[in-house]
Design a protein around this ligand. Sequence first.
Ligand SMILES: [Zn+2]
Length: 261
Amino acid sequence: MEIFSINTGYINMKSKFHWFPEYKEIQRYPVLSYLIRLKNKNILFDTGLSQDGIDDIGVLNKFVTIEVGQDYKFTQQLKLIGIDCGDIDYVINSHLHFDHCGNNRKFIKSKFLIQKDELTALKNNSRNPSYIKAINLQLCQQIEDGYSIFEDNSARLFKAKGHTAGHQILVIESGYNVAIFLGDSCYFDDKTQKLKLFGGLGITANNDAVAFIENIIKIYADKKIKFFYNHDINFNKYNDENIELITSELIKYKFGGIKNE
Ligand SMILES: [Zn+2]
């Protein structure tokens, strides 16, 4: 298994509006996508920001400004990895917010996997902003909680509602390693190593997502778990021998050489 984190741009928070209250001094958040290479397949978890995806972000304009410069161009970063958009087998959107589906329309050959509840919420919302145009519903496969990408259950998608009605997380088992892609369901605070809520539907629903992830941690207690989330302010600052900085905005995670692999 190889994992690349691709930064597609930054969201700058205005005034006191924050996603991560404990990081008061930081107001610039990266918007990451993850490319996972597993079993000779290319899986993309979220498609990040793009200019055409943010032309109308509606009420969010009050709270944020967006950077989607040349450096973060998705296709160029894929090229550095050695692939192009046509090589992506599966696109997974954790949820359908503008910063997670902005490049969807670039993937015309891929199979899209989105939770049924997320698509239902989208179809029932008459006030969807125009970035929704980036989502080609005809390409989306509506999936159920627990959907398995491969027959051996090594890569599964679980509903972790809270941030949105049908938010999903991706859990991949590869030998001794378990990679868990949290999207915006919640995140880990580096300082306290505690799961934190990300905001969204309300405290009860968000707590459901946290409880779900705490349960996963118990299930995989004998494995090495690594969490990935989409606005990791430290993503290119970790001092880890398993990380290779390809550029400051493109990171490769290596999982070779670890027990049972
Ligand atoms: Zn987000």
